[in-house]
Design a protein around this ligand. Sequence first.
Ligand SMILES: C[S@@+](CC[C@H](N)C(=O)[O-])C[C@H]1O[C@@H](n2cnc3c(N)ncnc32)[C@H](O)[C@@H]1O
Ligand SMILES: [Zn+2]
Length: 130
Amino acid sequence: MIEKRRSKISGWGVFATQAINKNKRIISYSGEKISNAESVRRERRYIKGGHIWCFKLTNRTVIDGHVGGNDSRYINHSCRPNCYVHIIDGVIWVRAAKNIRKGEELTYNYHTDGDGLIQCKCRPGCRTIL
Ligand SMILES: C[S@@+](CC[C@H](N)C(=O)[O-])C[C@H]1O[C@@H](n2cnc3c(N)ncnc32)[C@H](O)[C@@H]1O
Ligand SMILES: [Zn+2]
């Protein structure tokens, strides 16, 4: 249903290899489950390489997609995304926010707080800081 390819937004991205229906569970954001405190330490290190990998699951737990993750870790952020994230029974699902065409890049909104200081490139002229 999906594959990793070079993206116009940034580095690697994930693309639909077939049409995907709205609300379909596409892939789960997997990786090592760590504490919030540990994720703060790791994020400081990762951000030096320009990357955000940690996904907040609850106030106390975070999934580090950089360790033991799957291709979901290559899904880029967009401020006008075609996917959304839905946490069901502790699993972070990436789901289709609309009907997605074959070849479209998958994106969701990271909802970061700007700490990464990464200029968003989801579209020309976007002013968001990730
Ligand atoms: C989870 S990774 C996504 C995969 C990444 N493109 C790669 O090649 O490894 C998140 C990182 O991708 C980049 N990224 C994702 N969405 C972006 C966007 N809308 N604008 C700029 N950079 C983005 C940032 O460097 C971010 O820290
Ligand atoms: Zn943007």
